[in-house]
Design a protein around this ligand. Structure first.
Ligand SMILES: NC(=O)c1ccc[n+]([C@@H]2O[C@H](COP(=O)([O-])OP(=O)(O)OC[C@H]3O[C@@H](n4cnc5c(N)ncnc54)[C@H](O)[C@@H]3O)[C@@H](O)[C@H]2O)c1
Length: 245
């Protein structure tokens, strides 16, 4: 389905991003993992290569404009094209608003939101020249509903949704689609650190009665990366077990 396509997955060394890389590779794409954790990125890239696709690990802090730019250039040097960008890297620095430090606000906004600007800037010229491209941004249910202790995180994710719609409008005429996937609560390192009580609380509100898996997010990303979704842009696909409708 994605043969000869080149995909960049930010934060693809582990968790949801890793599942996305594996699934896109399984469907024929070559995968670039751009992650701040270079060792883990290498390991994931090696696993993808052993499945028969080409893969490149790039250690980068994509919250920095110049590092994101370097990723774009390195991918063009290595593969000569960029077809798919999955803006997945993200962090949490939770705190009640009254206690939230400026650093906690700034770091979450930089890694979760500014990086989406940075990486989109790094690929958009190449995609425009190709007159085709897919940008898929990983948002969150929390950007839609808000969440106590996550003023920074929910603002970053709501920001991604506005950015997605604007980019879809600006680049539709160049054959580039821009969409978001909004996961609910997914079983990863990020949610494993939540207190049991909090987990029980939100499980009650999930009609499907369980957390999602990284693979279930990857399936939605795969759909948005393939030709099957060619008439879809500016949308947000909720993959949340019904938590938010
Ligand atoms: N886990 C969930 O329940 C959940 C729910 C909704 C949305 N999300 C979103 O899905 C995405 C992936 O989450 P996850 O649970 O897999 O998280 P994770 O912590 O397992 O993985 C995040 C990856 O991003 C990388 N990263 C962090 N800062 C970076 C930076 N500055 N530059 C480059 N890479 C960086 C990390 O090294 C890591 O490999 C995030 O955007 C997250 O907000 C997760």
């Amino acid at each position: 389905m994605l043969k000869e396509k080149v995909a960049i997955v930010t934060g693809g060394a582990q968790g949801i991003g890793q599942a996305i890389g594996f699934l896109l590779a399984k469907n024929g794409a070559d995968i670039v993992i751009a992650d701040i954790n270079g060792d883990q990125a290498q390991q994931t890239a090696r696993e993808i290569e052993s499945s028969g696709r080409r893969s490149l690990a790039i250690q980068a802090d994509i919250s920095k404009f110049s590092e994101a730019e370097k990723v774009g250039k390195a991918v063009m040097d290595a593969f000569g094209r960029i077809d798919i960008l999955v803006n997945n890297a993200g962090i949490t620095r939770d705190n009640f608003f009254l206690k939230m430090k400026e650093e906690e606000w700034d770091s979450v906004i930089s890694v979760n939101l500014k990086s989406v600007f940075n990486c989109s800037k790094a690929v958009i010229r190449y995609m425009s020249k190709q007159r085709s491209g897919r940008i898929i941004n990983i948002a969150s249910v929390v950007g839609q509903t808000g969440n106590i202790g996550q003023a920074n995180y929910s603002a970053s994710k709501a920001g991604i949704i506005g950015f997605t719609k604007t980019m879809a409008r600006e680049f539709g005429s160049r054959g580039i689609t821009v969409n978001a996937v909004a996961p609910g609560f997914i079983d990863t390192v990020m949610t494993r650190s939540l207190p049991e009580k909090a987990k029980e609380g939100f499980l009650k509100n999930i009609p499907l009665g369980r957390l999602g898996t990284p693979e279930e997010i990857a399936e939605a990303v795969l759909f948005l990366a393939t030709d099957a979704s060619r008439y879809i842009t500016g949308q947000e696909i909720n993959v949340n077990g019904g938590l938010y409708m």
